[in-house]
Design a protein around this ligand. Sequence first.
Ligand code: SF4
Ligand code: SF4
Length: 396
Amino acid sequence: MRNTISIKKDENIKLNNNLKAYLNPKYAFFKMEKGTKLKVKDGSYVYKNDIIMVNSDGYTVHSSISGIVLGIKDVDYENGKKTSLVIENDFKENVRIRKSAKKTIYDYKREDVLNLFEDFSLSYDGIKLVNLFNEEYETLVVNGLDKEIYFGNMYFTLRENTSSILEAIDFLSIAFGYKKCVLALSNGNSKIISAFMDIIGTYPNIELRLLQDEYPIGFNKCLQEYLGYTNALVIEANKIVDIYNVLKKNQPITEKIITVSGNAVEPRSCINVKIGTLLSEVFINNFDFSFKNVDVYLNGLVHGKLIDTLQYVIDEKVDGILIMKKEEKIESECLNCGLCQRKCPVELNPKYVRDHLGKVRHEYKDGCIGCGLCDYICPANRKLMQYMKEVQDNEK
Ligand code: SF4
Ligand code: SF4
């Protein structure tokens, strides 16, 4: 891959070494897509892990808490306002008795795994996991790189799940017949590297690849190109952990790690939360913060977006927020420096797209990975990525 850049970071922005947890939200919100059928009624009781709705594609949504269904409300998500089912927590974490999982993950056969992916509606980047794993790939690449600067979701995922990740990769390579399995890590994380080195000898079929801390190499498409595997399934390490947990516990995924970082928030931490929690609730209970004189970025500084409220629901698309002291960035005329095109990792021309809205040929826009590098490096502070997204969305 031709274009990666090393982004200079503020060394003072360091994450706390402890993974925090906030697993008792007062309410949980679950997005209702078009055509979703509810499986619960207002006032009814739900157990944690219960199916609460079925989407038009047959995929089920599971509750991350036990409690009472309050009704329906419009709330904000990373990709806009959506009608959502609201459940009020009874803080009991009640679950129904289910069939127990197999003793070890190696006791599952390929078909069992695909059935579990269906049962628990596992998906990745909007694609059903069952479809991804049904494709014939030669190589499985596990992406252990954080996408965003100052984010630690992947660091903590790797640190807390070292042996589970290797076991799951090993098992998947046997069950799905991958000829090669690669785990990509950042060469900047010496503790993580030694934790994996200590046990990787048990798994001779898994190759470790240590990569420079460059942007946007943590994006799957860039990583795949960088490693040079054409026929590969590239999947992030946190999804491998989800797969491991589903196999190990026979339960849906109800938690995820998010990052709260930046030079205007204390403490800077990664925090394990229930899916469906409002960001604002996590904040009120864990962080010292006000919106005064700060820029708040949902999902990070480079590819995230500026927000002015924390009323966002934490779903699969929310990885955290970065809170930085306010910096005045004035957008000015294009300088025709060509940087945005030269540095685009997939060789697009975002300046051209922005200047020719409505009459853009596909070669100028198709394939944008939303890395935000064009915005980040533009000396004129022009907003470019949003137009790439707009032209793509308009054509869907
Ligand atoms: S055009 Fe898309 S892929 Fe290229 S730098 Fe901008 S956001 Fe990244
Ligand atoms: S990087 Fe910014 S200033 Fe330079 S060509 Fe692109 S849009 Fe214009």
